[in-house]
Design a protein around this ligand. Structure first.
Ligand code: HEM
Length: 184
């Protein structure tokens, strides 16, 4: 515990009250990003083993975590812009673009932009992780493969980038399924 609560290094001097909130909320996001990646990886293994109920359960947990992450922004909104600017300069040049795990989640989910890999060229550890995710088949590709394994005429390993394409595939492959869930 001492290690965990010792990880919030505030840089403002004199110490600004809201800097701890800003650091804590980013660390909380990154911990939940870690959990999301853990669940996505598990669901991929389970899909490959044709264990769909368990795979769906892992992805439902991801949905619940993401609901929490959207809600968490409201805590940040309790900080005023003036208050934020009082310590923001100390954090330069840090940016959300450097969130390795955020990119890993995007890439694992199928949203891949090669240019975003450049953000990590100075960080060998992060570069190798995001590169691996970029090269790995996304959740969507694995799901399409699964549909084909089950004899449904899902498209070959194309990389549709929008969730809408999954819905249209399900509607095409299983028109009678309300919400398409039980087809699997
Ligand atoms: C006061 C709070 C915040 C402000 C003012 C803020 C501001 C910004 C800005 C201006 C950008 C555009 C890129 C840049 O200019 O650096 C950005 C991107 C981003 N921020 Fe934040 N941010 C805040 C909180 C957060 C939090 C709590 C997270 C959680 C991890 C986060 C994650 C990200 C990510 C991942 C991006 C890249 C988005 C993308 O590429 O699609 N930000 N943020």
């Amino acid at each position: 515990m001492a290690d965990l609560i010792g990880l919030q290094d505030c840089l403002s001097d004199p110490l600004h009250h809201d800097e701890l909130l800003f650091i804590t909320i980013h660390q909380a996001y990154e911990l939940w990003f870690k959990q999301i990646l853990h669940e996505i990886d598990a669901s991929i293994v389970l899909m490959n083993e044709d264990r769909l109920t368990a795979a769906a359960r892992a992805l439902r947990r991801v949905v619940e975590i993401e609901k929490l992450l959207v809600n968490q922004i409201h805590i940040l909104e309790t900080m005023t812009p003036i208050s934020f600017l009082a310590f923001r300069i100390k954090l330069n040049p840090a940016s959300g673009f450097q969130s390795m795990q955020f990119r890993e989640i995007e890439f694992a989910s199928g949203l891949k932009h090669q240019s975003l890999l450049n953000e990590f060229r100075e960080d060998e550890f992060a570069q190798s992780r995001v590169q691996k995710r970029f090269e790995a088949p996304s959740l969507e590709i694995r799901f399409m493969r699964l549909l084909r394994m089950r004899g449904l005429d899902a498209p070959p390993a194309t990389i549709p980038t929008t969730t809408r394409s999954v819905g249209s595939v399900l509607r095409k492959t299983c028109p009678g399924c309300p919400g398409n869930s039980h087809a699997l």
